[in-house]
Write a protein that binds this ligand. Structure first.
Ligand code: G4P
Length: 526
């Protein structure tokens, strides 16, 4: 086996996604503890952006700063190199999360047993499902009272559209919680809330063994036996193949804060989760084992220190070996670039790397060359597909308040758009600029950063818009006719793509009904 094949085989790159507060940070931390990447609990700072007012702006920026350190957390476990890509929990930064999901090969979804499937989980899982990303579900906080396990699985199937199969099953819950039975390893893991040793594993190949009563009591033993019979008839047997195709999701139960059920999750994860997968480009499918290097930028993080304008571009290596100080082809700019300080992230440590392999993420110091979605290769022109742009929901006309600062205003806006902070549309009719964001926080971020990093003062003007959707039509003439007829409602995005600006859901529906030949898309996947 070549060095490249060996390195690919040992890598697992994934993200943990959840609705805020379900336990993503806690679970991440426990996984890092198992991998020895951190020594003490509490070392992983939550990158949660707590509710702040505009005046506490540096507060948000500082909190965002934390997420640089925790953007990628690598650790070793059982001879494997595991990369966890962190995603911001705050819903106003959901787009960051969607983009990060393009750089992983699988995900773990954390669900709070009491709250069940929450809104953000739905949106995130939808993106994973569209891409057939393999998903493992971890139901957390079993030490608390929550929903009935069967009801919860029904809810997951109904709301998330996932077909599930439990690989562990709880004995009791909350006050009565005694442990979980692993259907995968055929053992009973006992919960010991008040002892340091939180896990006690007893092999149980057969639940009819009378010893079960001794461990969890008569009532729970009967319940567990009855339920396990139901499980066998209701849920399909686990198939790794189906999981890898994104067709079935194994479910685990546990309590992250008590470090309970986490090792079982991790042990199963390392056995079933995929090693780096091929990536689709407009030109062809790129296999990780190809000798030529290729990768794409999925996230750009600005330096929070305004005196240093440089940014960090996060590049996912897709094929070949990335090497320090080697010139690579920047496809969009058609230029060669070399990197003297590519950085890797080991939990909270950063270090310069000489080499990186498929599945790895390297941080590249950037003075403005990168845009989200950019490809870097050994020479081939490749355009990676699947980087999503979602239809924003909040719109503002943006004005430059200081005519002397026209240049920094345009430059600042361009750079912020490259980072993916928001989307910029230029109205066809009058050339005015409209900013579209998914959350109000971004409006504050843009205003603050334009002023502090670029010296440009901007103000917003309300604009009556409900949605921006990308429009297209295979027939050029039809599209031209549409463009002329509806020029008042059209704009171009930064890529020059045509966008329909709808004032209301009703206007959008009318336009769709009146122009059945035109496709209206809520999401643009480049
Ligand atoms: P997030 O990243 O998904 O937003 O969630 P996070 O891990 O920060 O967890 C949210 C809260 O839930 C935290 O409490 C955390 O301690 C708690 N938690 C996580 N796992 C479990 C569990 O298995 N059982 C119980 N009962 N609670 C759990 P907090 O009070 O918000 O923060 P902290 O002060 O404890 O850090």
């Amino acid at each position: 086996m070549s060095l490249l094949d060996k390195e690919i085989a040992v890598r697992r790159t994934f993200a943990i996604i959840s609705h805020p507060d379900a336990g993503k940070t806690t679970l991440t931390e426990k996984l890092l503890l198992f991998g020895g990447a951190i020594q003490v609990a509490g070392a992983v700072k939550s990158n949660k952006i707590r509710k702040t007012t505009t005046s506490d702006f540096m507060g948000i920026e500082k909190q965002r700063g934390i997420s640089v350190a925790t953007s990628v957390m690598a650790f070793d476990y059982r001879d494997l190199k595991i990369n966890i890509l962190d995603t911001p929990g705050h819903k106003d930064f959901a787009e960051d999360t969607y983009r990060t999901l393009t750089a992983v090969d699988s995900v773990i979804v954390v669900i709070d047993v009491a709250k069940g499937v929450e809104e953000q989980t739905e949106r995130l899982v939808e993106v994973c499902r569209m891409r057939h990303t393999p998903i493992i579900v971890f139901i957390n906080k079993l030490d608390r009272e929550g929903k009935d396990a069967f009801d919860l699985l029904d809810e997951i199937e109904a709301k998330l559209g996932l077909k599930v199969t439990p690989l562990s099953w709880p004995a009791g819950m909350g006050q009565r919680f005694k442990g979980v039975y692993s259907l995968y390893e055929k053992n009973l893991v006992l919960f010991r809330p008040h002892s340091k040793q939180t896990e006690d594993v007893v092999a149980f190949s057969d639940l009819s063994d009378p010893a079960l009563e001794g461990h969890i009591g008569q009532t729970l033993a009967t319940e567990l036996r009855d339920e396990s019979e139901i499980l066998e008839t209701v849920y399909p047997a686990f198939s790794r193949d189906a999981y890898l195709k994104g067709e079935i999701s194994p479910v685990f139960f546990g309590s992250a804060v008590n470090n309970f059920g986490v090792r079982e999750l991790l042990d199963c994860f390392v056995e079933i989760a995929p090693s780096p997968l091929p990536r689709v480009t407009e030109e062809r499918v790129v296999q990780p084992s190809e000798a030529s290097f290729s990768g794409f930028v999925f996230k750009i993080h600005a330096n929070i220190d305004p005196r240093h304008r440089d940014r960090i571009a996060f590049l996912r290596v897709c094929s070949g070996i990335f090497e320090r100080n080697t010139p690579y082809h920047h496809v969009r700019l058609n230029r060669d670039l070399r990197f003297s300080n590519p950085t890797s992230f080991m939990a909270s440590k950063k270090e310069i790397v000489d080499q990186a392999f498929p599945g790895d993420v390297v941080g590249l110091y950037d003075s403005g060359n990168f845009k989200i979605g950019d490809a870097l290769t050994s020479g081939e022109d490749l355009h990676f597909k699947g980087m999503p742009s979602f239809s924003p929901e909040i719109f503002r006309l943006v004005n430059n308040d200081d005519p002397m600062k026209a240049k920094p205003f345009v430059k600042g806006l361009d750079q912020l758009m490259d980072e993916g902070v928001a989307q910029l549309f230029t109205r066809v009719m009058d050339g005015r600029k409209i900013i579209g964001v998914v959350g109000h926080l971004q409006l504050d971020v843009i205003q603050y950063r334009l002023e502090h990093e670029y010296g440009a003062k901007v103000s917003y003007e309300p604009v009556n818009l409900h949605k921006a959707c990308w429009v297209s039509c295979p027939d050029k003439k039809t599209l031209e006719a549409f463009t002329q007829r509806r020029s008042r409602d059209l704009a171009r995005d930064t890529e020059g793509q045509l966008v329909f600006l709808a004032e209301s859901p009703w206007m959008l529906k009318m336009a769709q009904d009146n122009h059945p030949e035109i496709q209206f898309r809520m999401m643009s996947e480049e």
